[in-house]
Unconditional design. Structure first.
Length: 500
């Protein structure tokens, strides 16, 4: 049986998964050598959709976009591009150009048609979920591909002998129902483990096929809950411990591991210590820091991270770091240190899409090469696919990181009701002058005896205090009395002028 952890473990362990489960949400933290690297959050009312299989209905076909919108029972219609409708083997290959020619969307789907689809990207911001008809079902060692007739092997398995061995073991499982992809975790798997995985996936696919006969839009398959899914996907990454603070989830993980991953059963521990599990390695505070723009470096430098809908920018500054030799070495060392922090922040914040990094300008080409190599090495530990294109002509590093779910900021935060997402507010002085202009405009348009202004506390205090002389001058200018009323619920830039 797994051990019960009651006190904080003093020694530092290589890699741990800390699983915190409450009735409303599940959170999983990856801690490496005592430092938080990744955080995954799933709310009970907003479970992630990636991996879910639906029977949907084509609601609109857009030939101009080579896409269709699919009703899968969500608030927003999901998006299906023509290139995601047919497997690559059914595309027409242009051998000379090395491109795939995707068939016209009108040849692939029609409005009102029932279609089975799988979610590959969660809804992000104003965009609906991204879909594919290339269905896959993952398990511990294999991924089942309905309708396929071949066996693929993960590119992370580099040994040709191992690839050949696994392929020979898996090929007998392929039949008219589908083929398989061999996952990285199967590198040391034996025949029995692969047989069990293949049988499990076929049972799941059988259930999906039965549910497909239902009428109307429906959910055919839902991926595992976050704790089980993360454990399944992280195994093979040399995890040392898996700690969970929920008895129910602990028992669920044990049952799952005993059936599919017996080698990790002894690593799963039920934590019921007096200190909350996320306080073991200061995870709560790290998550709060991950929501800020500024990231301090040990040397005294810092990063500024700004996330927009289109891209994320990272700016590096030397800050209080003055170095020990000369300016060029100080800049180089700051940039070198920043590469490690950037790689960690991308994982921790789950930032995806286009990422622009503005390193401090370096004069030596050798320094640029070493900084770039350091960044690529730091990113190699990321389980999410990244691509670094190098320094541009403006000295910026452009890179991409695959995005399949919302960033931690979008999961935990909403739009600011005061600034509406702009990140800035009009100053008290600006709002005051806007009020003056509005009063002058209304005075010219209407016959008023006096004006009453409802405004925020900051503006009210300024105009009735140190800036009171400006109000007096305005009254003389328009020949009318101007009064102010404090409205505590008003945002700083909100005001109303009432004609009396």
């Amino acid at each position: 049986m797994s051990r019960i952890v009651r006190n904080r473990v003093q020694q530092k362990i290589g890699s741990e998964l800390l699983i915190n489960v409450t009735p409303t949400e599940a959170r999983v933290a990856l801690v490496e050598h005592g430092v938080l690297q990744e955080i995954h959050i799933e709310r009970r009312m907003k479970r992630g959709l990636v991996g879910n299989i639906y029977k949907g209905k084509v609601s609109r076909v857009l030939p101009g976009m080579q896409a269709a919108f699919i009703d899968i029972g969500l608030d927003k219609a999901a998006f299906l591009h023509a290139s995601d409708i047919v497997p690559h083997t059914e595309c027409v290959a242009d051998v000379e150009k090395g491109n795939f020619i995707v068939r016209d969307i009108n040849e692939l789907v029609r409005q009102g048609q029932d279609i089975m689809v799988q979610v590959v990207k969660d809804p992000l911001g104003t965009k609906g979920a991204r879909l594919t008809t290339d269905i896959t079902l993952p398990s511990r060692y294999l991924v089942f591909m309905p309708g396929s007739s071949h066996v693929g092997v993960s590119q992370r398995i580099e040994s040709e002998d191992v690839r050949s061995r696994l392929k020979k073991l898996t090929e007998p499982f392929v039949d008219e129902d589908g083929g398989f992809i061999i996952r990285t975790a199967a590198e040391s798997a034996g025949e029995q483990e692969l047989v069990q995985d293949a049988a499990f996936l076929r049972r799941v696919w059988g259930k999906v096929s039965e549910r497909r006969k239902r009428k109307g839009v429906s959910l055919l398959y839902q991926d595992l809950a976050l704790p089980v899914r993360i454990v399944r996907d992280f195994v093979g990454t040399e995890l040392d411990q898996i700690r969970v603070d929920s008895t129910e989830t602990f028992e669920e993980l044990q049952a799952f591991s005993e059936e599919f991953m017996p080698e990790i059963a002894e690593k799963i521990e039920h934590y019921n210590g007096p200190v909350p599990i996320f306080d073991l390695y200061d995870v709560e505070n790290e998550v709060q820091r991950a929501l800020g723009r500024k990231v301090e470096l040990k040397s005294g430098g810092y990063l500024i991270i700004d996330q927009t809908e289109a891209m994320t920018t990272v700016d590096i500054n030397t800050g209080a770091f003055v170095g020990h030799r000369n300016l060029e070495e100080t800049i180089f060392n700051t940039n070198l240190e920043a590469t490690q922090a950037i790689a960690r922040q991308l994982r921790l914040r789950n930032l995806g899409g286009i990422i622009i990094i503005d390193f401090i300008d370096m004069l030596k080409g050798d320094h640029q090469k070493r900084v770039l190599a350091s960044l690529e090495l730091a990113l190699s530990a990321d389980r999410v696919k990244t691509n670094v294109s190098g320094f541009s002509g403006l000295g910026l590093v452009e890179m991409t990181r695959k995005r399949t779910r919302e960033s931690i900021e979008h999961v935990l935060c909403g739009e600011c009701p005061a600034c509406l997402g702009t990140g800035s507010l009009k100053t008290v002085e600006t709002v005051s002058y806007e009020i003056f202009r509005e009063i002058i405009r209304l005075n010219r348009s209407y016959d008023a005896d006096e004006f009453l202004v409802y405004c925020s506390p900051g503006v009210f205090n300024s105009l009735t205090g140190e800036e009171g002389h400006l109000v007096a001058e305005l009254g003389v200018y328009i020949g009318k009395r101007v009064r102010f009323q404090n409205e505590p619920m008003y945002a700083q830039d909100k005001f109303d002028v009432v004609i009396m």
